[in-house]
Design a protein around this ligand. Structure first.
Ligand code: SF4
Length: 364
């Protein structure tokens, strides 16, 4: 939908039209959904250093220069640029953004500029430190999205390859949930699970753990993007038909048991869903991330030539995330070229097609 809220003309009338507008221009490339947050979002990558070593990390082993942190002056310049472009939501990403030396100042500067939604995507191990988390909340943090992928220490620590991380994350989530009850985190506290070959069979147990034991009310699953460490790995990247029964069960549980909690999924092609879901607009609008996510731009360190739709300036690659997926990272199966649903579905990760081929996908 157009973002008239910020008096900007959205670019392009067709989501399948390659963008020609400059980075930062609004993009009208998502399907209307009344529950979608209309604030334009930008996600700023602070550097790819991380204190976990997830087996599915898309960064794999980042180059030394990519692990270095973004200078604070560059961060301020990016925040200025995106605020002036109309973004009112900002997310800090890494690597692991809580280890960025100027993260508290960056949150504070974003608030000072006028961003109203200030989020962090984190593995949360540092957020168990109450004095640090308090500083982040007082500086203006309004949302935390925790990357966690298992409901037991064994599963979480096999996936992240860091002994002891499970309990640290649980501690951080309990603390954040308590702060949310005090009135902080107005834009929410969620756990994001990368659904992969090692954890998908446990999806109902993970829902029970995060909702009932840790008291969360927002859970997102994203189907694994098989790049970096997981590239070419059929064990980590299962076929959709194996996973769909568990997704179906999760939605039935959300409709019948955890009705007050939010559950969304991302990265599932529409043609992989059973017709009872695929043809049900109300269900899709409620559960499908592509129908609910904010229009999102990205800013990532880039000193090379880049590829596809990214635009490089000031040592940063800037692109719209929905366009990036649709034109550069997904849309691999030939069926997508003639599919009427590509404006919503975005297609299939290219890495998936490299592993499993494209025979299971069909145009609708
Ligand atoms: S053919 Fe492509 S665009 Fe259409 S539903 Fe399947 S994956 Fe999505």
């Amino acid at each position: 939908m157009a973002h008239a809220l910020f008096n900007q003309e959205a670019q392009s009338t067709s989501p399948l039209e390659k963008p020609t507008a400059k980075a930062g221009d609004a993009r009208d490339n998502q399907q209307f959904n009344a529950v979608r947050d209309v604030r334009r979002n930008v996600e700023i990558n602070v550097g790819k250093a991380c204190n976990n070593r997830c087996v599915f990390c898309i960064d794999g082993l980042p180059k030394r220069e990519d692990r270095s942190y973004m200078p604070y002056e560059d961060m301020k310049r990016e925040l200025d640029f995106w605020y002036q472009s109309g973004s009112r939501s900002v997310g800090f990403l890494g690597g692991e953004p809580t280890t960025y030396p100027w993260i508290v100042q960056s949150v504070g500067y974003a608030k000072e500029l006028g961003f109203t939604r200030i989020a962090i995507a984190t593995n949360a191990t540092k957020l168990r430190l109450a004095h640090f988390t308090d500083k982040m909340l007082e500086a203006g943090l309004t949302r935390a999205t925790i990357s966690m992928h298992g409901h037991t220490a064994d599963l979480e620590e096999r996936l992240t390859r860091v002994p002891g991380v499970f309990e640290k994350k649980c501690e951080a989530i309990r603390y954040l949930a308590a702060k949310k009850r005090e009135g902080f985190l107005a834009d929410g506290l969620s756990v994001n699970i990368v659904l992969n070959g090692w954890n998908y069979r446990h999806l109902p147990q993970m829902m029970k753990f995060f909702y009932d034991e840790l008291g969360l009310d927002d859970l997102r699953i994203n189907f694994i993007r098989p790049e970096g460490y997981a590239e070419g790995d059929p064990d980590l990247c299962p076929r959709y038909p194996k996973v769909i029964p568990y997704l179906r069960k999760a939605i039935i549980l959300s409709e019948t048991h955890w009705k007050r909690q939010t559950f969304t999924f991302g990265g599932f092609p529409l043609c992989s869903l059973p017709p009872s879901m695929r043809d049900n607009d109300a269900l899709l609008k409620k559960y499908m991330g592509e129908y609910r996510d904010l229009s999102t731009d990205c800013s990532v360190r880039q000193t090379g030539g880049g590829f596809g739709i990214e635009q490089i300036e000031d040592g940063r690659s800037r692109f719209n995330w929905q366009d990036r997926k649709r034109f550069d990272l997904k849309n691999a199966p030939s069926a997508c070229q003639t599919c009427t649903k590509v404006h919503l579905c975005e297609g299939v990760w290219k890495g998936y097609v490299d592993i499993h081929g494209e025979s299971e996908f069909f145009s609708i």
